[in-house]
Design a protein around this ligand. Sequence first.
Ligand code: IMP
Ligand code: MG
Length: 180
Amino acid sequence: MVLRELFSATQVHERVEQLAGQLADDFAEAALVVIGILNGAAPFMMDLLRLLPTNLASQVQYDFVVATSYCGTESGGTVELSRELSVDITSRLVLVVDGIVDSGRTLDTVLAALQKRAPAQIRTCTLLDKPSRRQVAVPIDYRGFEIDDLFVVGYGMDLDGAFRGLRHVAVVESSSEEDE
Ligand code: IMP
Ligand code: MG
């Protein structure tokens, strides 16, 4: 297996900075509830929060949900949520953050679960978007990068638990020996 760099740590950081700037423009001093989808969203969401200006950052609450579906490089098809929220999102402005949107099932499942709690509004944010893989239409308000149908790792994205700690994003390619 070979890893090929797709976005360098610098490219990722600069894009996250831009997204934080967009959030700052759009939400100003709103009391935003940011909800990350674990495990993949963690590095992206923490960097995003740290880059918010003080007026917005001081109002932000955050929490996480846990969603699992993938096994190796293929989605298992069903998405399970296994963590209850500790923040009350009723009548709140919510931003759901994930590292990557692929089939759309995870985000769709999370959005449906959150809608039941009657938030005022839900916006969505993902670092990476693979639109060609979509099975379920999901709204994406803030997007870092659109990518082709590639399996990527790094910056929260894993292959069976590995590579999440990389600061850059890489494509997993099988080596020529494995293909033979
Ligand atoms: P979806 O439910 O198919 O949209 O997939 C979303 C979830 O699948 C993400 O939160 C990731 O955990 C995982 N995932 C999708 N594509 C990739 C990838 O290219 N690399 C690593 N994980 C991925
Ligand atoms: Mg995964």
